[in-house]
Design a protein around this ligand. Structure first.
Ligand code: PLP
Length: 458
């Protein structure tokens, strides 16, 4: 037995070594990565990830914001395996496939106002699809000059070319600017510490400025694009009530399509199944991804209204059809995962559980807010964000010059939780069905981390 364990350990050490030799990790300075004692995740059980040495880490960021039920959820795994035995993959180019139809019907049932579903593989491509649809919609309507976009400051929509153009974060995307498409920027409804009085002002000022931009440039634009309910990667900015509805009204008034990106906020993150409905906005095109499959398989969808869909109908020779598709469009196994996931939402009344945990999170955040290095705390559903500051200056580095996000990852893992920050912005974004005891652990670790950062910054 001991010998077996030793061999296992050697195999896993070899894996860690091979990772450093072969893998290029996303958003990672590989020079640093090569120096770290990295963990290789070899398993997942419940809400925990298990590394090559058998250590367990609470999946504190929901595997990049997509995990719902933790790992190994029987109902999803067995539906995926069943599908795997029945049909592994069959294309949607010229053929239909059963799971994609069942899932589309389910999605349209609760996405009021939408009429058709276009499949892709991830959030970024769902956004690319939305952009292409918007531009071609106007072309098909004989208004081919509407080709640009309006999007928000601090927005993020993914890493493909169109998505980067929309969600332009200079630090990330400066190098690619020469190949990005034209996007006009409207202000984000962002005030770090709004007083009750200024909250209404933020919405009104933002809407006024956005309308000015629309009046100036909207004629040449196909659509205005916003994240639904909150901007997450751009800093965990939660919209004030009424903002998204007013943006939606502006688009209608000025003949612009509204594309709503619910990739990160749909399916419960902010306490609502469908955020655009909760916001009382009426988009023309909506993107979902991440939690759609419970985080078990890559899949995304772009939903459109009948008005958009119908504009692509016509005689073949008119060339109005939508020229987009991927090898794995509507992948049966991913669709089976999504169907099982959505059934579980209903069976477990997940939205109610999210709301209860959201109250608990709110109470624990009061403790967080007492830390002298924490400012601008905001929270909705199972999303919270706050800034780390020392003497009003952002804490981007520890005293030894280590970037704070490295410190947070390393130290949280030592305490048995995997957490990541966006530089000095701490985002709390756990798996959506996280049990109370694990949420408690996550917040306990968060508080201990804050103490460590505070000590370092003295
Ligand atoms: C709002 C939003 N849109 C799109 C994306 C891109 O999704 P993906 O990483 O699956 O391409 C993300 C990813 O974080 C996101 O937060």
């Amino acid at each position: 037995m001991l010998l077996e364990q030793f061999e296992y350990h050697l195999i896993e050490m070899r894996l860690a070594h091979a990772d450093k030799r072969c893998i290029w990790h996303p958003y990672t300075q590989m020079e640093d990565w090569k120096k770290w004692d990295n963990r290789v995740i070899v398993g997942g059980k419940g809400f925990y990830l298990i590394d090559n040495e058998g250590r367990r880490y609470l999946d504190g960021i929901a595997s990049m914001w997509c995990n719902v039920w933790g790992h190994g959820k029987n109902e999803i795994v067995s539906k995926m395996s069943e599908q795997l035995r029945t049909l592994q993959h069959s294309t949607l180019f010229g053929l239909a496939s059963a799971p994609s139809i069942t899932l589309a019907e389910k999605l349209l049932k609760f996405s009021r106002g939408m009429q058709s579903v276009f499949y892709s593989d991830n959030g970024s491509t769902a956004v690319e699809v939305a952009m292409k649809m918007a531009v071609q919609y106007w072309r098909n309507k004989s208004r081919p000059k509407k080709t640009h976009f309006i999007a928000l400051e601090h927005g993020y929509h993914g890493d493909t070319l169109g998505a980067m153009s929309l969600g332009y974060i200079a630090k990330y995307f400066r190098a690619y600017k020469p190949i990005l498409t034209k996007v006009y920027r409207a202000p984000s409804p962002w005030d770090k510490s709004p007083s009750a009085k200024s909250k209404a002002n933020i919405v009104n000022t933002c809407i006024e400025q956005t309308e000015r931009i629309i009046m100036k440039y909207g004629y040449g634009c196909a659509a205005l694009v916003i994240e639904s309910g909150a901007q997450i990667a751009g800093g965990g900015i939660i919209y004030e009530k009424g903002y998204q509805r007013k943006i939606s009204d502006l688009c209608k008034k000025h003949d612009l399509l509204l594309i709503v990106d619910e990739v990160a906020t749909g399916f419960g993150r902010l306490g609502n199944m469908i955020e655009y409905l909760a916001q009382r906005s009426t988009p023309d095109i909506v993107c979902f991804g991440k939690a759609l499959t419970g985080g078990y398989s890559p899949l995304a969808v772009t939903l459109t209204t009948a008005e958009i869909y119908n504009a692509f109908l016509g005689n073949y020779s008119e060339n109005k059809q939508f020229y987009h598709g991927h090898t794995f469009t509507g992948h049966p196994i991913a669709c089976a995962a999504a169907i099982a996931n959505l059934d579980l939402y209903k069976r477990h009344n997940l939205l109610q559980k999210i709301r209860e945990n959201s109250h608990y999170l709110g109470r624990r955040l009061e403790e967080v807010s007492r830390s002298p290095i924490v400012s601008s705390l905001r929270h909705k559903g199972l999303l919270a964000a706050f800034e780390l500051h020392n003497n009003k200056k952002p804490i981007n580095y520890m005293k030894n010059k280590e970037p704070i996000q490295y410190f947070i990852m390393r130290e949280s893992m030592k305490m048995g939780v995997f957490l990541r920050s966006l530089a000095n912005t701490m985002i709390v974004i756990p798996p959506l069905a996280i049990p109370r005891r694990d949420l408690r652990t996550l917040l306990d670790v968060q508080l201990r981390l804050l103490q460590k950062i505070e000590q370092d910054s003295k």
